[in-house]
Design a protein around this ligand. Structure first.
Ligand SMILES: [Zn+2]
Ligand SMILES: [Zn+2]
Length: 238
């Protein structure tokens, strides 16, 4: 019965998808694919130079942002959009409202960044930032894995789910910078070997203080990775 219920609801969803007009997730005008209309796409707050060469955050001067100046295990990073309105709304739909189709839009844009970046395009493998198993079960997917699939297809860099989250960390939203670092400390483990002397490109949806990505980079380097890079869909302005 449960099986039947599942496929029936899938059928109804597909039928509705076909029959109902698609609305842009940002402005609610009609679009062809039900994601973002061309007008909203044109006005997304895309990151522009100058950027911190460690994490990809926009900066006014110098070569690194305030956070990376203090500590950075990450060798190089890029971000597609700024995590401000309206792109924060897109991330919200992607992460919490099951709009998994957004992985195509974001993943392709990130792949373009990677292909045209002379450091990122030398990466040996793509590794998605892992979710704790309970969170993944609850959400049904890991958004970083969905992005990694698209990016791997578009760039021909192989994807390897080599990391796992071994600690169910608190949501970082209300934590200070230092608390975030403590929160993710010892939260990750590297599962497989084969990363020794490799250049690894970490993929995630959002980078705020960078605590999560920096901790992943730290664990990967301890396991023998020679360089660790990152590419995220959105980054906070700093
Ligand atoms: Zn729109
Ligand atoms: Zn930085």
């Amino acid at each position: 019965m449960r099986m039947l219920g599942g496929s029936l609801s899938r059928f109804v969803h597909t039928a509705l998808d076909f029959l109902l007009p698609h609305m842009c997730l940002l402005c609610e005008t009609e679009t062809t694919d039900g994601l973002v209309c061309n007008n909203c796409l044109d006005y997304l707050p895309v990151v522009t130079s100058p950027i911190c060469h460690r994490c990809g955050r926009p900066i006014k001067n110098g070569i690194t942002c305030r956070l990376c100046k203090r500590v950075s295990v990450l060798d190089h990073g890029r971000a597609w959009m700024l995590f401000i309105p309206p792109s924060d709304k897109l991330i919200h739909h992607f992460k919490y409202r099951k709009k998994t189709k957004l992985a195509q839009l974001m993943g392709r844009a990130m792949a373009t960044l990677i292909r045209t970046d002379h450091i990122l395009n030398r990466a040996d493998m793509i590794v998605p930032v892992p979710l704790f198993w309970w969170k993944k079960l609850h959400r049904g997917y890991n958004q970083a894995v969905l992005l990694s699939h698209v990016i791997s297809q578009e760039t021909n860099i192989r994807e390897q789910n080599t990391m796992s989250r071994i600690k169910n960390t608190k949501t970082q939203t209300r934590l200070t910078e230092r608390d975030r670092r403590n929160n993710v400390k010892n939260a990750f483990a590297v599962q497989a070997n084969g990363i020794e002397d490799k250049r690894i490109l970490l993929i995630d949806d959002v980078l705020t203080t960078g605590a999560t990505i920096q901790e992943c980079a730290h664990v990967l380097k301890n396991a023998g990775a020679c360089e660790v890079y990152s590419c995220v869909a959105a980054i906070t302005p700093g």
